[in-house]
Design a protein. Structure first.
Ligand SMILES: [Zn+2]
Length: 54
C-alpha cells in the first residue's frame, strides 16, 4: 500500500491500483516511483519512493 498526495483532494490519500515504476534519471541513474489512482476521487497520483538500500 502506497500513500501519496492527491492534487485534487489536496490531502494525503491511499493509492488504488498502485504500480511501482522506474524512472531514468540523469547520468544513467534510476529512481523508483509509484503511480496509482486516488482512492477517493480517482485522480492519477505519482510519488517518488525512497531509494533502495542495497
Ligand atoms: Zn483525490
Amino acid at each position: 500500500m502506497v500513500e501519496g498526495r492527491c492534487m485534487k483532494c489536496k490531502a494525503q490519500r491511499v493509492m488504488k491500483d498502485d504500480k511501482e515504476i522506474e524512472i531514468a534519471g540523469k547520468g544513467g541513474t534510476k529512481r523508483r516511483a509509484a503511480t496509482g489512482l486516488c482512492e477517493v476521487c480517482g485522480t492519477k497520483m505519482f510519488k517518488f519512493l525512497p531509494k533502495k538500500t542495497v
